[in-house]
Ligand binder design. Structure first.
Ligand code: C2E
Ligand code: CA
Ligand code: CA
Length: 701
């Protein structure tokens, strides 16, 4: 193969000189010519293959100095330039060097010397280029840290040259970095990455044996001798540093550590292990640091198995419906059921959904599996109707993935239509976390489904972040309360019972039926009855069972829905939640702060307050914006006074009045008069109307 020839550009205005130079240079190189600096620059921009320049200084249009200056600012700044000078012209040489010239040749030209000098600068510049490319190839331009390839190579060397030391590979990234990026902008994202790189560099500076680098995006990696204390302290310091870095946004890192027990395996594999460990911290508010355990690998393998087998399992109908009855708590008889999936695996037996549903949710297969379950349930309902029974509703689970499917409503409608069953029999369970993830998408989907006739159950209510307050904004038909409220630690149990009672009371007033999940004991049953819970589901009454068992269980049983509200209660509800807009208007047009309270022996709870209550007390719209939550806002004496007034009206049904002092959020004190009126009662509590008068202000106008 012919040796590649480099190209030399001669910049010289005198044709005669150009001719001489060309004759010499041509013996070894390809030659290009330009008459002045400006033409040379234009030519460089066109021809990208020039390797060196021979430059005259005195030229018209653009002289050699100007050319050197412009060249230094151009993309070709690394091109070597040899300046042509007169004999012993030191002033020119000095100035040219100052402008970035590499070397000189003086007239008269000696061909050998000229060619040697050219060769030298070209070789040198090629080395320079290669090392620059190498650097760019091995380093990350944003942070200046080693990149993945270089980090892996350096770490390999580090391990090989210190066989006596046990090292650990530590991987770090930011949870949801892409969200930070889109929220604060890419520039802020880059600033954060540079901050992290600087911190990493600083820490590495304190270590005797250490490699570190940026693997990609927000992933950094570090290899140091294994010392659990050092690792923990570094992770904690980083976490704290990031928390301080942006006080308006919680930046949370995850650390995964692989202790290098087998230094001979590939660094890439070690990195994978650290990554598996880091994954375990994601979404956890407590753990930021995890060590790799061999089980993590097994988990990945298991997942892979599931993925390999899932389509076949679906085709072979290995997924089957189990039914867990729901019970009307008052009558303790079954009313409807929840369909729960089971995988009848030919080798592994009955596999529970906890093992495969999360995998399907990650890879999207859940869409198909859910639809399969819905169809099986529709077929069941059809069969029951054909057998002449009037079935109670069966609920199916709906993964959040489905809610992003624009055809969801059409698909479900087509399904119930095809099986000829009323949509109200197929209830849909949607987990609360899906709702919190994207309330507006959920609300739209829920409203659409309800319009199509389906009944929506909010599953796992209370497991996430929604407060009692969101209850009144959520357009669901039934609440399923998460079983964790029944299974709390002894210390939390009292608190949980309290929350549970409030939720059930609130839901009662909103006329939303409640199903309590995970009921396992007689005690729980008694407690739930005492707080007016409508339905329960749990091992105490029945475990999930094959369809045939369920059919046997409900055969001959009259399935009665829970009558959650007494008539009295219902009437009261209608008054208070004002099915009639007039009452609503009236309530809100009362100029003084007013509220409607539920009172039992334990105390009072706000059901509703009017607009001036909110503007007067300034507690916003919160349902707990009342006296009772204001333990700190009422002195013990005032609280006793208020309670006595409540008790009196509740017991005698007569109006009562008391004066007391209340603290406002801003710390100021106000003297208030409380007027109470008896409004009615339900099974558990009395309903009282309260009017507040500011004793410092003249009343009325
Ligand atoms: P989930 O919807 O909250 O279902 C209730 C889970 O609690 C079921 O577990 C049920 O067997 C269990 N359970 C019922 N009563 C008790 C009790 O008294 N004590 C205890 N400790 N547990 C009780 P399972 O069947 O293993 O299902 C687990 C989860 O898998 C379900 O939680 C649901 O989120 C999901 N899942 C099940 N089937 C499907 C399905 O067809 N599609 C989708 N997307 N998810 C499903
Ligand atoms: Ca469920
Ligand atoms: Ca649940």
């Amino acid at each position: 193969m012919a040796k590649e020839r480099f190209t030399v550009l001669i910049v010289e205005d005198q044709p005669m000189n150009r001719e001489i130079l060309r004759n010499i240079v041509e013996t070894e190189y390809d030659v290009l010519e330009a008459e002045n600096g400006r033409d040379a620059l234009a030519l460089l921009a066109r021809r990208k293959n020039v390797s060196a320049i021979l430059l005259d200084i005195v030229m018209p249009v653009m002289d050699g100095y100007t050319f050197l200056k412009k060249l230094a600012e151009s993309p070709f700044s690394s091109l070597p330039v040899i300046v042509i000078t007169g004999d012993k012209d030191e002033a020119t040489e000095q100035k040219a060097l100052d402008y970035g010239a590499w070397d000189f040749v003086s007239k008269p030209y000696q061909p050998n010397i000229l060619l040697l000098r050219l060769k030298n600068v070209i070789v040198r510049s090629q080395y320079y280029l290669i090392s620059e490319m190498q650097y760019a190839y091995e380093h990350d331009t944003l942070t200046g840290l080693c990149n993945r390839a270089r980090f892996f190579a350096d770490t390999r060397k580090l391990l090989d040259s210190h066989p006596g030391i046990r090292f650990a590979l530590m991987r770090m990234d930011i949870d949801q970095f892409h969200i930070f990026n889109s929220y604060w902008g890419e520039e802020e994202g880059n600033r954060l990455l540079r901050y992290m790189a600087d911190e990493l560099r600083r820490f590495a500076g304190t270590q005797e044996f250490c490699t570190y680098g940026r693997i990609n995006a927000d992933t950094f990696c570090l290899c140091i001798p294994y010392d659990a204390d050092v690792i923990e302290r570094y992770a904690e310091a980083t976490r704290r540093g990031l928390a301080d870095y942006n006080r308006n946004y919680l930046i949370e890192p995850s650390f995964g550590v692989y202790i290098i027990t087998h230094p001979e395996i590939k660094i890439e594999a070690m990195f994978e292990c650290a990554m598996l460990a880091a994954k375990e911290c994601k979404g956890s508010f407590i753990t930021h640091l995890r060590y790799y355990q061999p089980e993590m690998n097994e988990k990945v393998l298991r997942e892979q198995h599931i993925v390999n087998e899932m389509q076949h399992a679906l085709d072979a109908e290995e997924f089957v419906v189990y039914l867990q009855p729901k019970y009307n708590l008052r009558s303790e008889t079954p009313y409807g059921a929840e369909a729960l999936i089971r995988w009848k695996h030919p080798e592994r037996g009955l596999v529970s959904p906890g093992e495969f549903i999360p995998v399907f949710e990650r890879n999207g297969f859940i869409g198909k599996v859910d639809y399969y379950m819905w169809e099986k349930v529709c077929a069941l309902l059809r069969r029951w109707i054909d057998q002449g029974v009037e079935p109670a509703p069966v609920s199916v689970n709906m993964s959040r993935v489905n809610l992003y499917n624009p055809n969801l409503i059409a698909m479900l409608t087509e399904l119930v239509h095809r099986y000829g069953i009323p949509p109200r029999l197929l209830n849909l369970e949607l987990t609360e976390s899906a709702y919190m993830e994207n309330p507006s998408v959920m609300e739209k989907a829920i409203l659409g489904l309800q319009k199509a006739g389906f009944i929506i159950l909010m599953d796992d209510f209370g497991s996430g972040y929604s407060s009692l307050n969101t209850l009144k904004n959520i357009p669901v038909d039934v609440l399923k309360i998460d079983m964790k409220f029944l299974s709390g630690e002894a210390a939390a149990a009292g608190r949980n019972e309290c929350i549970l009672a409030s939720v059930i009371r609130m839901a009662g007033w909103l006329e939303i039926p409640v199903i309590m999940e995970g009921v396992e004991t007689q005690n729980q049953v008694e407690f739930l009855k005492s707080i007016g819970c409508g339905y329960v589901q749990g091992y105490y009454f029945a475990k999930p069972m094959p369809v045939a068992d369920y059919e046997a269980l409900v055969r001959g049983v009259q399935q009665i829905p829970a009558q959650s509200l007494s008539d009295n209660h219902r009437a009261m509800t209608e008054t208070i939640w004002s099915a009639s807009p007039q009452i609503n208007l009236l309530f809100n047009s009362i100029r003084q702060p007013a509220g409607i309270y539920e009172f039992d022996n334990g105390g009072f709870h706000t059901l509703r307050v009017n607009a001036s209550f909110n503007s007067f007390f300034g507690y916003g719209e919160s349902i707990s914006s009342d006296l009772e939550s204001a333990g700190s806002r009422l002195s013990t004496q005032s609280l006793q006074t208020v309670l006595a007034a409540f008790r009196k009206t509740a017991e005698t049904r007569e109006s009562s009045r008391c004066d007391y002092v209340q603290l406002r959020p801003d710390g100021s004190k106000i003297s208030l008069r409380l007027d109470l009126q008896y409004w009615g009662a339900n099974e558990k509590a009395k309903i009282l109307f309260a009017l507040f008068t500011d004793l410092q202000q003249p009343v009325g106008r």
